[in-house]
Design a binder for this molecule. Sequence first.
Ligand code: PMP
Length: 464
Amino acid sequence: MRSAPSYDNADLRRLDVAHHLPPQQDWALQKNSGGSRIIVKGEDSTIWDAEGNAILDAMAGLWCVQVGYGRREMAEAAFAQMSELPFYNSFFRTAAPPTIALASRIAGLLGGSLQHVFFNNSGSEAVDTLVRTARYYWQARGEPQRSVIIGRKNGYHGSTIGGVSMGGMVSMHNQGGPWVPDHEHVMQPYSFEEQRPDEDEDMFAERAARAIEDKLLEVGPERVAMIFGEPVQGAGGVIIPPRGYWSRVEEIARKYGVLLGCDEVICGYGRLGEWFGFQHFGVKPDLVSMAKGLSSGYLPISATAMADHVVETIREANAPFVHGYTYSGHPTSAAVALANIDIIEREGLVDRTKNDTGPYLAKALQSLADHPLVGEVRSLGLLGAIEIVSEKGTSSRFGNKPGLAGAMIRDACIERGLMLRAVKDTLVMSPPLVITHDEIDRIAMIVRESLDACEPALREAGVT
Ligand code: PMP
């Protein structure tokens, strides 16, 4: 058997710059910094780079490695399925056992009328499927003019043409359009930046939900297909909506008879202390996209779940839904996802997030709230955020370049052995669901040290 080629760190970094174009990055920065950091190994919540540095991964890869790294049984599930049947398609009225077993397992976790599952490879594709389904549903019901989808500004729904159109990120809309028409975006429920001093939480929730209703009325309710959003906006900066927001949004969807869709790509699979974010917020969507935690990122797989009434309508159309991917329901990815769900269930990781590690992370973050650079800390389950401000008690940021302080503190954390992410000046984290109390303590300790280390430079003349 041929062994895998081996490279040293310097070689890999050189080849990275010469040939590898990384996603969602500044390619000039990649080149000028001498290439990517090479990550070579993972075990539980820790990753190692090629220089031997251990880094506590408070991002769970990219919000996805729920069960932690190095799980043999995931590799064994892949090996067993690959040995039996690595791949077969689901196009020819054929399907492999793990594909069907996974659909049924997911339906059980979703509960209610969300009993049908369509597979894709990535979160973006799950969202694309969801949009096509919502619009096709209305076509099948004889209301093809219902094509408008209302989402939120700064929402993230992926990087395909469909995902970017659905998402509300201006930086993405500025590159590579034009975009798919009939996507509208309204204010996000981001209390730290958008709640007015004269508003309490209920009033802010009402105003943010009202923005959806106002848009719906502006567009014309008869043209709206769906209201869509992440239960908690992840990539936008861990934006936890105010109490009552989601039930108001659901009420609006029902009042005007439009579909409600939830993007559970980050919130799903225990992240918020329930299997899905919509269960935490107590709403019942008609369509749900999921990815990431579905397989803990061990293999790519995503899914779009649909309520009974959606599927019944489409079945009544008596025509093929001409949509799907070669790897929809990939048997090996499905087998790995099943092993992943087994682990989450067996180890009680959803309950542990809700009742143990989630509250423990909240307390750890709270211990940072007194720091002069911290404007707010917030968390829900194992999703957390720290707002960096230049003046305590305000939401003002350092310098005239948003993101300067966030990037500086994030880099200081990484240098000290903690991987987290900065969304402009919001530090965000999403650790594996297997994170321990000691590791959570270490997150708080390293963040504090990094805040202390960066404060003098940030306060230097010209920066504030
Ligand atoms: N939706 C949400 C809510 C996401 O967070 C992401 C990825 N961060 C996506 C969709 C897109 O997923 P992918 O990168 O797998 O295409």
